[in-house]
Structure formats: C-alpha cells, structure tokens
Design a binder for this molecule. Sequence first.
Ligand code: MIC
Length: 699
Amino acid sequence: MPENLTRQILKEHLVEGELEPGSPISLKIDQTLLQDATGTMALMQFEQLGLPRVSVERAVQYIDHNVVQLDFKNPDDHRMLQALASKYGIHFSRAGNGISHYISIERFAKPGHIMVGADSHTTTSGALGMIAIGAGGLDVAVAMGGYPYEIACPAVVQVQLEGELQRPWVQSKDIILELLRQLSASGGKGKVFEFTGPGAADLSIPERSTIANMIAELGATSAVFPPDENTREWLRSQARENDFSQMGPENDCSYDERVNIDLDELGPLVAKPSNPDNVVAIEEVAGTDLAQVCFGSSVNSSYLDLALPGAVLDDRGGQIVHPSLAATATPGSRQILTAIAESGVYRQLVQGGVRMLEPVCGPCVGMGMAPPSNANSLRTFNRNFPGRSGTAEDSVFLCSPAVAAVSMLSGKISDPREYGDAPALLPMPALKPYIEDVHIFAPADPQEAEKIEIPRGPNIKTPPEHTPIEDAVEAKIATVQPDDISTGDLAPDGVEVMSYRSNIPAIAEFTFRHRDPEFRGRLKEWGQGFIVGGDNYGQGSSREHAALAPLQLGVKAVFAKSFARIHRRNLVAQGILALLFKDDADYDRAEVAQTWSLPNVKQELEHGSEDITVRIEESGETFTVTHDFAPTEREMLVLGGLLNYLKEKGERVGGNGARPNAKAAGVGQDREQEGEAVEEGVGGQSESGTEIIDVEECA
Ligand code: MIC
C-alpha cells in the first residue's frame, strides 16, 4: 500500500507495536536534543540509568535558555552540562551559538531521521523532512541511552497548501496561525502534520521551520515537510548536501485527515492574548496601541525574518521605531547574526532604533524585556500564555515579522498590506565563510571521558525519589483548575524561576504561584494531594518540572478532562497518575480540600482495567474515571515511574533498536561488544575512575 512520508519514516524506525493511530509504538531514535533549562534534569536522570555513553547517532546539548546569569546558578548549570556532555558522548553547543532549533536545522537535522528533544519546539527540524518530537527530559534521557522511544502512534494529517503566499506582507507565520485558528491549541494532539502541495514546495526552509516550530502550539506530535530541491539547496548551503535523501509521500497514499489552505486567500493574522490559538484577522486588532515589538528568538529569527524589518526601517529615507514603544530583535543563531552583521541588516535595525539581543531564547521565555504594565506587546514569537513575558498581567499578541515591522513604525498594530510598495531587502551574503562548528564541542573519547569530574554547584540537587504506588490512594484536592492550564502555570517562565531548573525543591515553591498561591501551603500541610484540571491540561512546553515539582510537593494524581501530550507523559514517567474524567460533569463535583480516594487503584492498573474507581469520602458517592495508559505505562505507574520501571524490568535495548539484548538495565550490548567496563543497574551515579562532587556537600 502506498504510504505517506510520515508512515514511511515511522515504519523504518518501528521497534515494537502496530502503526495504528492511538496504539502504543516504540521507535528507534537517531538524534536527541537537550537545552540547558531541561538538560540538567535530563542528564542527571541519564546518570541514574547508569550507562557509560549515549547510544544515538547524534546527541546535542545546547545552551540557549538560562543565559541571563544573574548569579552563580545558571553558570554552574552550564559548567555541569558541559562536563556531562563531554563525559557521556554528547556534542555541546556553547552559549552564543544560537537557539537549539535553529542550529539543529542548520547543522544536524536530516531527512528521514527521528529526533526526540527536551523542548516542545524540537518539532522545528521537521522543516528538513524528519520527524522531530518534543518530549520530557526523562524520555529523552532514556532515548539517549538507546532505549526506544514510546509514544501513541500518531494519525497523519495532510495539509495541502494551494496557491502562493502574497509575500512579503503575508508570510508562513500566517499559515500556522491559520491552522491554529481552524484547529485550536489541542487540535493537533496525537497527530503529525505532513505538508504537501505547490504552496508547501514553494516555502524556503526557514519558512517551513516557522510552521514546524509552532505545530507544537497545536499540541501536535510533529510536522514534516517532504524533502525536495529547497531542502537539498539548504543542506548544500550548510555544506552538508550528503545528508539529503530523496523521499516523499508515495503516489495515491492516504492520510487520516486532510486540511486545505488556499494561500492566495490568506491574509495577515494575529493571535490575541493569551493563547496562541486566539487567532483573528488583522483587521480585528488593527489600531491597537503598542508599547513593545519583539522580533526573532525561537521562531522567525532567520535572515529574511530580520531583513524585512531592517529594510522597512531603512526605507523612505530612513524611519525609526515609534517613540511610544521599544523594539528588540533576536537572531536565531551565530550564523544569522554574522550574516545580518555583514549584509548591513544589523546596521539598519540599530539605526532605526531596534535593540539587538544575543542569539538566545531571551524574551520568548521571559528572560528580560518584560513589557510595561497595562500595555500591549506584539511579538513574532510562538507563545503568549499569561505572564510568560515576565509581566503578570501581560497582553501579548503574536504575529508575523511583516506585521511587526510595519507596526513598530506606527506604534499600533497595522496591516502591512497598507504600507505600500515593499522595500528591497539586503541580500544575504554567501554563508560559506560562517559554516564551521568550532563552537560546538565534540565529546571526549571514552578513555578520557572516564576521568571527567562533574562539577555541581550548590543550587544543583538530585531529582526527587519515586515510590511505588500503594494499593489504595487517598488524598485531598489541593487545587481545581480551569481549561488550558499551561506548564508555565505549573513551572513559570522567566529569569527568577528558571534559575531553579536544577533544583526541584526550590522550583516547586513557584507551582501555581499566580493561579493558586495557597496550593503549596495546602500540600505542605497535608503531605500529599490531588490536582483537578479541565481540558488540555498541561499545554505548552515540554518542561518536566511541571511534573517534577508536583511530585516533590506530594501530588499523587491529576484528574483532567483532557491532557496535552507531553505533560501527560511527563506525569506518568514521574509516577503521577494522569486520570481522565469519563463524564465531564464529575469535574464539577471537585472542591478544594474534599477527600477523594482510589480504593482499588493498584489492582485496577495491574489488571488493565479501563476504569479507576473514585470515592468522595465526604459523601460516600463513587464514580469512575478512565485513562489512556499504554500497558508499559500501567506498569510504570505501579512501580513509581519510568526509572523504577527500567530498573525493575532490567531490559535494555541497544542503540540499533534491537530488543531485548542484555541481562540488566544499564548494560548496553553495543558497549559490551566494545569491551568497555559497564556498571549494572539504575540509580548509580558514579563510574569507576570518576570523582563525583556530592551535591549535598556543596549545599
Ligand atoms: C518554551 O518555549 O516554552 C520552552 C521554554 O522552550 C520550553 C522548554 C522549557 O521549558 O525549558 C518548551 O517549549 O518545551
């Protein structure tokens, strides 16, 4: 049967399971991505696997998020990450190189590969024809160890792009905003979006990367653009044409769903506060006063994304950023920074009054440039969850660089089609001279690696312990939350909180700090508790801190109407029950401080029951909730999470995805064949010859 590209790639990598949408599959992983804000926990959990080296073709640790370095915490994390990367066989991209997603498409993404990354926007690399999936740090750690990655088999949605974008005023950002407008922030759950048609073929790789990046905002598993001549050309410009593979959907293949977008009809769109799917036509918000305009960062940070605002400022004899607002620009990578510096775009932006920021995530995750109170900020970023910008009562609009460019002149949200003739852009200089990976450090060779000491600063604490589930679980409801709770509500963005990413006891103190400031106090008093949430609970980022912090505080289960994919899995991997209301009306029964019990939960999980009984202790009423746990996830939950599960099972899958092939967890066949000394078991942090500086000693 002819297959679409997504299924071909999945088939190639299938280790176990049936390619039936929704059914559990395990996939061999080729590449992994870690960034510093998620990497510390991921690598400390990798240490707990007790493996000597990673077993994937390419593992990269980037430093791009926590780079404000207000005090010792961020630099301590970076120093530890560099040592861990070198020791365990991971490439290390130093701060200043750029944002992981952009560097990945420049240097590593490869048609036909599968990557998992501890960042929801890992999906960006789908621009090059690979399947790139965001996941929690523990899942990425386990994949790095050579275990297959487990996921529900995605359905494949064909997005047929007809016609042509009315460039430069209508841009690929408007395509993804249109998808968000049509499908909503949870409309992509369990799906890979495969882009086809003349409108897809016409998009450059950076344009594709904008769409692939923000497919995460739909809650989707991934986006994939079949590799074509544009892909080959991009790889050639990156001096790695050999990474190109000819592949694509086979003639007459089928898809599970189809969406058509006519690009001739598409106009500029804007996502209003405070969710990326709150999308309207620009006409609806035109005239809105602005105090801030921000370009670049994780998405829309390519050369052309910055060249357009530069050209607009340089146009008509020179124009400036409107006096009522502040504008910033963040290039995606060192390559782009160098290109805009050499072409003159940097000068255009600076001369026009734009504040130039270094190529890191920056204001996109609330790292500086918080907007003023009671004012609007217009950003070419991917997310506008409440408070993410750093200002609690913020009002952030998302748009394309074209909309942002003309709006920064007028001080109001403006329709770029009314600007008049588009200015000429400064051409991008040939990239060749900037392509070198001297700032991406290769790991030490295995002998050297054994001697590497891991420096750990006083803010770095080992991940929380996991305990197997009790026969029955009883707890009070610690908070009841509405729909669309983001992981930012659980583990907030911004310099202050994110500096505790390697210290779960400390970061736990910020859980629900805006939504329910009493939440932590209740849990501390009670020792344990439950969370009740609405639809799309845990949307947004991959940060497993949104599960680790509740674990630390004693949360035993989250009951929700539905969960976002990555957060649901993070809860399960950390041993927290992610339970689904069968009847949404049961959500309305929940009250803070009410006691719910799960009298038979262990047995129900062990027996594979779809129903879990809940009793409301105050009234004696019972009802049932359900779940969508894969069989391995049920076992995981019984044992107290993924690490305990691997330890208990003692199964090991080699880097080539063959299974099972070894006697104990932590013992890699590939390594054994190489004759390396390998320790057994999960949980050991030290290896012979390695001096570990004890965390507690530093505290
Ligand atoms: C985000 O855009 O929300 C982040 C910050 O990149 C997160 C990762 C994190 O929280 O460290 C993500 O997208 O997963």
